[in-house]
Design a protein around this ligand. Structure first.
Ligand code: ZN
Length: 276
């Protein structure tokens, strides 16, 4: 192995291989759209009855496209050697200390890394999920015969890709209307731009953390009051300031982003992004 080689991707094979799922679900939804994504979980097929065809949700092309991207990122040319026996702190530490470029994680990562890597917290920022190249091909952004791409395992077209990059850049800069963005490209409709704008905003709102009050507790009322407080504007603010995590955002007041640190502002913008 070349000792000076840079491996951009870090991930934890030992403790958190499931983190890839956070990315896979978003890429899948980008490709197939929110309605099909929701229907996947309910086994609602695009044609036929749930009873007869429910299983066909597993053959959604978006699943394959998402897995293709992750397979590519896990390629040994990109992923750091030893990653399969690395824990999540070790994988994240590589990114925080600048030894790798990216890791898939969640907004809890800053709290998790604060104790041992606190001096690096501001060196790492959350980014919106990149838009799957296959979305550009699916929409036919090049407006003609797709260009051949050599050595490309994923569904791809160089012309669709350059149009997609330009459209995402314009959407992020947020100075042009969808019609103005569409007009810059032959073969791109306003509907295409709207679809990309919406999907640029997808992120996974993980609901795997639960709170329970034991039935035998002698402090059930206080516990209920505490939870009510936690989900109030004041409670959520205290929680956010101490964890970098935005609770039940729809229910709380909009934040004044000028008072937020850069890392908190970027997470807030992902959570509050309204693509449509
Ligand atoms: Zn194309």
């Amino acid at each position: 192995m070349d000792e000076t080689a840079f491996f951009p991707v870090a991930w934890s094979g030992l403790k958190a291989p499931g983190y890839w799922d956070y990315l896979a679900q978003v890429l899948f939804a980008q490709y197939t759209g929110l309605e099909n994504y929701d229907n996947f979980w309910d086994f609602i097929p695009t044609t036929g009855t749930q009873e007869d065809n429910g299983y066909t949700v597993y053959s959604d092309q978006g699943i394959l496209e998402a897995l293709n991207v992750i397979e590519e990122l896990e390629n040994t040319d990109y992923a750091v050697p030893g990653t399969s026996s690395m824990d999540h702190i070790g994988a994240q530490a590589r990114v925080f200390t600048g030894s790798s470029l990216m890791v898939v994680s969640g907004d809890w990562v800053y709290k998790e890394m604060e104790k041992d890597f606190g001096q690096y917290l501001n060196d790492v920022v959350a980014i919106k999920t990149p838009v799957l190249s296959a979305v550009g091909v699916k929409l036919g952004l090049c407006g003609s015969e797709h260009a051949e791409v050599e050595n490309q395992v994923m569904e791809s077209c160089a012309n669709c890709e350059s149009a997609l990059k330009s459209i995402v850049k314009d959407i992020d800069e947020n100075t042009l209307t969808d019609a103005e963005i569409a007009a810059k490209h032959t073969g791109v409709s306003v509907d295409d731009v709207q679809i990309i704008r919406e999907r640029r905003g997808y992120y996974l709102d993980q609901t795997g953390i639960s709170v329970a009050i034991p039935s035998y507790s002698n402090a059930k009322d206080v516990a209920k009051k505490f939870l009510r407080f936690l989900y109030s504007t004041d409670g959520a603010k205290i929680y956010q300031q101490n964890t970098h995590d935005w609770l039940a955002v729809k229910e709380i007041e909009k934040a004044d982003t000028s008072t937020l640190s850069e890392i908190d502002r970027l997470i807030y913008e992902i959570v509050l992004y309204r693509g449509v």
